[in-house]
Write a protein that binds this ligand. Structure first.
Ligand SMILES: [Zn+2]
Length: 309
């Protein structure tokens, strides 16, 4: 059904000449129109383009990123923009339907900029992999974020040579700050080997791989399950009482935190939110929070958790 709607909208857009689009500086503001699918893409684009573009985020702040379906209006926005930036993972599979009908659409697929890792499940202590399921949360590794920003900048410089110098400068200034934070994480996390317990989903595989960290989580990736089995609860409860476990129960933004709270109450431990940056709450969005500021929040949170362990 959904595919048919997409095709119909693309057909209309084509007839209306929207795809010839990428019309220089199409928007009413006279600026480049950049459309992004998810928050990290949005944040990277607004830092790269500065005042040279209007950047639109399709996924509304506070919305569950894995159940998003584009509206007809969203599809028209994508088809008429100067550059479209999307992730290319599980939660924006809809993009492929649009791209099939739009040869001339300029786009960057973020997953092309880094090496993807297969999703893994460690909820019962046994590491298992979902075949051919790549974990899509690539930006959670600061090193990957830098690679993605560079890749967007390179494509944009080729497409819009007039602003190449300025966007390259913007891009360097943002990646420098992310790299500085990356070094701080390295320093903080390079100590003794410890386990982090997530009473929640686990969209942080890339972050944990980058810093060589161990974890146990109730659900892999951004699994939509929220009711853990008794076996999983028992396993995580056991892990929390072991010596090499960080004495904080971790959870993820925009989840109900129920399991994390239950585990924390049982052990008399604090809970702490690790922000995956997949999406952002409406409050954080209006407060102007960025990928960098959310990752800084993660840094402070981890520092406190490690100090208390
Ligand atoms: Zn996710």
């Amino acid at each position: 059904m959904f595919k048919r709607i997409v095709s119909a909208v693309i057909a209309v857009a084509l007839t209306a000449g929207l795809f010839c689009g990428c019309s220089d500086n199409g928007g009413e503001s006279g600026k480049l129109q950049i459309v992004t699918a998810i928050f990290p893409a949005y944040d990277f684009a607004r830092h790269i383009f500065g005042d040279k573009a209007d950047v639109t985020l399709l996924l509304k702040p506070g919305m569950e990123s894995h159940s998003y379906d584009p509206s007809a209006k969203d599809i028209v926005k994508v088809s008429g923009c100067d550059l479209f930036i999307y992730n290319g993972g599980e939660s924006d599979e809809w993009v492929e339907n649009i791209l099939g009908g739009a040869d001339e659409l300029n786009c960057v697929k973020m997953m092309d900029a880094v090496e993807a890792i297969e999703e893994e499940n460690v909820s019962n202590g046994v590491r298992s992999r979902d075949e051919h399921e790549y974990d899509e949360h690539i930006w959670t590794s600061p090193k990957n974020a830098v690679k993605i920003i560079k890749s967007i900048t390179q494509t944009a410089s080729e497409l819009f040579p007039d602003i190449s110098e300025e966007i390259t400068k913007n891009s360097e200034s943002y990646t420098e700050k992310i790299s500085e934070l990356d070094n701080k994480f390295e320093e903080l996390l390079s100590g003794e080997e410890r386990y982090f317990v997530f009473g929640d989903r686990f969209p942080l595989l890339y972050f944990f791989r980058e810093f060589n960290l161990n974890y146990y989580a109730a659900f892999p990736g951004c699994n939509s399950e929220t009711e853990p089995s008794a076996q999983i609860i028992a396993f995580l409860t056991q892990k929390l009482s072991e010596d090499d476990t960080v004495k904080t129960v971790f959870c993820i933004e925009l989840s109900n935190h129920k399991l994390a709270q239950t585990l924390a109450d049982e052990h008399g431990l604090p809970i702490a939110e690790f922000h995956s940056c997949h999406n952002i709450s409406a409050d954080d969005f209006s407060a102007g929070e960025s990928y960098l500021s959310l990752m800084e929040r993660n840094y402070e949170m981890l520092k406190t958790a490690l100090e208390n362990s």
